[in-house]
Design a protein. Structure first.
Length: 310
């Protein structure tokens, strides 16, 4: 049980472990993390997850499995001979989760609602497991604005479709706005880990988060479109003028909910195309696979450096 005298900040215990901004949880005799197929009554969460330091999230189960395999080799983590990594949340049939030593790799699906539900349960998981000072990364894909396909983008700030730097949610029929603050130092540290000889650029700027891939991102190729090419170009220019360099679909929720929980977090996405030049994702599959590994490489460099310094 957490002891009141350990309280340092509204969101952290003095030893760095995650504290919940919800008094109800510690009063419950068990907490079922339904979409993860885990529970505080059915699993020893401290034993299973107490050593986690990094939580890496990305959209698809396959990409996160590949990231788990990749980070396992990168940090030299060994699992018993003849065994394979296994999907801890397999029986949720929702998200996939792999644990590689201190690195938890989880898929978040598409869009704010999907990543929002996951964040509630992962943040509670951090609390139940008594994880100290975790760092969360979203490694994803995005559309670039004036940025070539293959470029890696680190988000300095997330804004919504109206360019507001907050995540708006409706709670009990009221609007609740939470700031989408990201850790500026972490952005600088990540940027410094890009190599001059990487065959691609790594840049940073604002990220716009939308709740739709097509009309919501100004695409002309959806099932519906009631604007023209000129309207789109004008809009892209307006975004660029506001400092927005990429568009994706989870950043506001990810930034706001981690910040509200007092968890350090960063968003690193690879651009799949320059939205000034088109709407369809036409790069061949092999090229897309190579591009999607780029944010993983950057996060791996960060994790390895952290583990070496320990
Ligand atoms: C990027 O890619 C997905 C849409 O294709 C979405 O999850 C996002 O943020
Ligand atoms: N993901 C998005 O949300 N938009 C794009 O254009 C590409 C990937």
């Amino acid at each position: 049980q957490h002891d009141e005298s350990r309280h340092d900040s509204p969101v952290r215990y003095r030893d760095g472990s995650v504290r919940l901004r919800n008094p109800n949880i510690e009063l419950m005799d068990q907490d079922i993390l339904y979409h993860l197929a885990l529970g505080s009554g059915s699993h020893d969460l401290v034993e299973m997850f107490g050593d986690v330091k990094f939580v890496c999230m990305g959209g698809t189960p396959k990409r996160m499995e590949q990231f788990a395999e990749y980070i396992m080799a990168e940090i030299g983590h060994k699992i018993p001979a003849g065994t394979a990594l296994h999907d801890i949340s397999q029986y949720s049939y929702r998200y996939s989760m792999y644990k590689v030593g201190p690195v938890l790799c989880v898929s978040h699906g598409m869009g704010i609602p999907s990543i929002g539900i996951l964040l509630h349960e992962i943040i509670k998981l951090m609390y139940h497991a008594k994880v100290k000072d975790p760092i969360f990364f979203r490694i994803g894909t995005c559309g670039g604005i004036g940025i070539e396909g293959g470029t890696v983008v680190i988000s300095e700030e997330a804004v919504d479709e109206m360019l507001n730097p907050y995540h708006e949610q409706h709670v009990l029929g009221k609007k609740v706005c939470r700031p989408t603050t990201l850790d500026a130092k972490l952005v600088r540290e990540l940027k410094a880990l890009s190599h001059a000889d990487d065959p691609y650029d790594t840049v940073s700027g604002k990220t716009m988060c939308t709740s739709d891939f097509y009309e919501g991102q100004g695409r002309l190729d959806g099932a519906f479109c009631e604007f023209d090419e000129n309207d789109k170009k004008e809009y892209m220019q307006k975004l660029l003028d506001a400092g927005v360099i990429n568009i994706e679909m989870e950043s506001t929720a990810f930034a706001a909910l981690t910040h509200f929980a007092g968890i350090k977090a960063a968003i690193i996405c690879v651009a799949l195309l320059d939205r000034f030049k088109g709407d369809q994702v036409c790069a061949p599959k092999e090229v897309l696979n190579e591009w999607q590994a780029r944010p993983q490489t950057l996060v791996s460099r960060y994790i390895r450096r952290y583990l070496q310094r320990k």
